[in-house]
Write a protein that binds this ligand. Sequence first.
Ligand code: SAM
Length: 285
Amino acid sequence: MTYRECMRRAQKLMKEADLSENAAMLLMMELANKEAHDLYMDYENEMDEALAQEFEEKLQILLTGMPLQHILGYEYFYGYRYIVNEDVLIPRPETEELVANVLAAYDEHFADQKVTCCDIGTGSGAIAITLKKEEDNLQMFASDISEDAIAVAKQNAANNEADVTFLIGDMCEPFIENKIQVDILISNPPYIPNDEVMEHSVKDFEPHVALFGGDDGLKFYRIIFERSQLFLKEKSMLAFEIGYNQKEALMKEAQRYFPNAFIEVLKDMNGKDRMLFIYNNLKHE
Ligand SMILES: C[S@@+](CC[C@H](N)C(=O)[O-])C[C@H]1O[C@@H](n2cnc3c(N)ncnc32)[C@H](O)[C@@H]1O
């Protein structure tokens, strides 16, 4: 069978199952170890039998709706490779933008200073590990309530050679208990309202503890706004990923807990309101 024949069939099956045809292409690129242009160059060539068999086995799993990243066992985030499995949320491109904006805000407010930073609800560790790799002046702590997620995050820190201290516990509590004072707090907490209808590949394959944030989706932001007052340094910054439709409600909540802070919501590359930044006693131009 040629690559063309194999891909034509795979993409047809994916389409019939109402799944992304592109996932089949990405699967082939990974298994054949080819960039898209190399794959197209080889399109009329016969496939190696072992490759055809492996592709067929993995395609059948893909057709169940399992995310490609779970089949491969990893996802790339900010150019770094992260192990992912059913215990952690697959890190999303929107979250890369949060990381980029935190790095820019670090340069603006803390440039060249050694600062303490925490990532609450770290999951795969993608935010904390990437920040540490990109800015070594950050003393990085990361926490999660899920012991299984922390085990994955530790593995990711080791694989990426990043010095991050991991803590297990409920939201802000490990930082309060361990008297860790932070300059920068980051979180991408679960923010999906409990009753929201979800895609099959998300609802059935990603951990629910990573997804749902109470009746209005805002439960964990309120907890962090309230409890963080006990371990934030006087001059500090908080940065959150938020749901695209949560801007107004969250601005109001943030103003209630941080009445003197400068608060802003940033848009992602699709023009959606996706990041909330709170500058606590920091001058913001
Ligand atoms: C939306 S996921 C974000 C994962 C990762 N930071 C990312 O951006 O890809 C939310 C994370 O919060 C964790 N979490 C849920 N409830 C928590 C709690 N009460 N305390 C600490 N972490 C919690 C979940 O286990 C999950 O890893």
